[in-house]
Design a binder for this molecule. Structure first.
Ligand code: NAG
Ligand code: NAG
Ligand code: NAG
Ligand code: NAG
Ligand code: NAG
Ligand code: NAG
Length: 345
């Protein structure tokens, strides 16, 4: 045990001397990994070798990440800050990490994120924001989120999530939502629609369990029928649809106003659209039209058949009468008429 410790500490000292490894960290040169786990660090260590690809900072007490904190290590691919005390993320915290693929911020104290925070991470693939205290997420995670395949926001304090944010992540494969106080009032329809389409496209999610309102508590959002949202004001539907299609800033600001409104369904402005009920009723309408069409078609065919049969029968009967009865009467009539005529005369 003592030998091990001695060996480890001598390696640390050696590394530190050879390549400028930060105090308290282990630098593995071949894997270009710097391991600073469980060291009681309160800040991002300095003197991390510039060629580092993996920086492990988990299980420390780091509470602040300064602007340009990682400018010394621009090649980082994996940055693990899980289980720390980060509460404020300055918008330039991750600036310059052009190759960063995995950013793990789980188990921190983050309650707020700026929309520029992840802007300079064009290769970001996995973003773990789980187990924080995030109340709201911005409408975008920046202008460089096209490569994100995994997003975890589980174990936070999110009541809602803007569909626009999710739509700005075209390559998302896994999204983890669970254990948030999701508010399943009118505004959630956008999220429900998105989630249905995401799962349909083969995406993976742990689902959204409603927390409020009371009558939907504990219910899976996907199983809350759209009919429940009938009461949502239709006027809001246009706003929401416009929002989805045009991303108009005017509409966005009007949505933002609604974010501050926590009253729920009783409030009109809180309610987003119910775009889905339309497709549903449309589908019903189409089904009704099709069924009606088929039934009418069958009835029409039967009527046509009956008419044709009737006409044919009538024609045949008429012909028969003409051919077999008419000659008789025609032949007889002159003879019969004459006696009549003569009798009359
Ligand atoms: C989190 O870090 C602390 C030290 O800061 C450690 O004692 C604890 O075990 C870690 N938790 C997990 C789940 O790793
Ligand atoms: C976090 O940022 C806000 C403003 O952005 C500031 O008021 C607050 O003091 C900061 N908290 C810490 C712990 O730095
Ligand atoms: C983040 O770290 C935690 C443990 O600290 C781990 O369970 C989780 O899988 C990591 N997330 C990602 C996206 O790698
Ligand atoms: C970030 O939010 C601000 C307002 O908070 C907004 O003006 C800006 O356009 C947003 N940026 C992006 C990239 O969405
Ligand atoms: C993304 O946003 C950052 C900061 O907001 C800006 O410096 C950069 O030019 C933007 N990139 C693109 C491609 O729009
Ligand atoms: C995704 O990453 C590739 C490199 O892996 C990069 O060329 C591309 O620009 C990135 N896409 C976006 C939308 O940032």
């Amino acid at each position: 045990m003592k030998g091990d410790l001695l060996l480890v500490s001598s390696i640390i000292v050696l590394m530190h001397m050879v390549c400028g490894c930060p105090e308290k960290c282990l630098c593995h040169q071949t894997s270009k990994t710097v391991d600073c786990r469980n060291q009681g660090l309160v800040e991002i260590p300095s003197h991390v070798p510039p060629e580092t690809l993996i920086l492990q900072l988990q299980n420390n007490h780091i509470w602040r990440i300064n602007q340009n904190a990682f400018s010394e290590t621009p090649l980082l691919k994996i940055l693990d800050l899980s289980n720390n005390s980060v509460s404020n993320l300055s918008s330039g915290a991750f600036q310059g990490l052009r190759y960063l693929q995995v950013l793990n911020l789980t188990k921190n104290l983050i309650h707020y994120l700026e929309n520029k925070t992840f802007s300079s991470l064009p290769q970001l693939k996995e973003l773990d924001l789980s187990s924080n205290s995030i109340l709201t997420l911005p409408e975008t995670l920046g202008n460089n989120t096209g490569n994100i395949t995994l997003l975890s926001v589980k174990y936070n304090k999110l009541q809602r999530l803007d569909r626009i944010l999710l739509e700005s992540l075209p390559n998302l494969k896994v999204v983890l939502f669970k254990n948030n106080p999701w508010q399943c009032t009118c505004h959630v329809i956008g999220l429900k629609l998105w989630l249905e389409s995401f799962l349909y496209r083969g995406g993976i999610s742990d689902g959204i369990i409603c927390s409020t309102p009371e009558n939907r508590k504990g219910k899976d959002l996907l199983k809350v029928p759209y009919e429940m949202y009938r009461a949502c004001p239709p006027s809001a539907a246009h706003m929401h649809l416009a929002n989805i299609h045009h991303h108009s800033s005017e509409h966005r600001s009007s949505l933002k106003h609604t974010h501050h409104n926590e009253k729920g369904e009783s409030s009109h402005s809180d309610c987003e659209p119910k775009p889905k009920p339309r497709p549903v009723s449309l589908r019903h309408a189409i089904a009704t039209v099709v069924i009606t069409g088929v039934v009418c078609g069958i009835v029409c065919l039967m009527m046509l058949a009956a008419a044709v049969y009737g006409c044919a029968y009538a024609a045949i009967t008429a012909k028969y009468h003409r051919e077999h009865l008419a000659p008789v009467t025609e032949q007889r009539s002159p003879e019969e008429k004459e006696p009549f005529d003569s009798s009359l005369a």
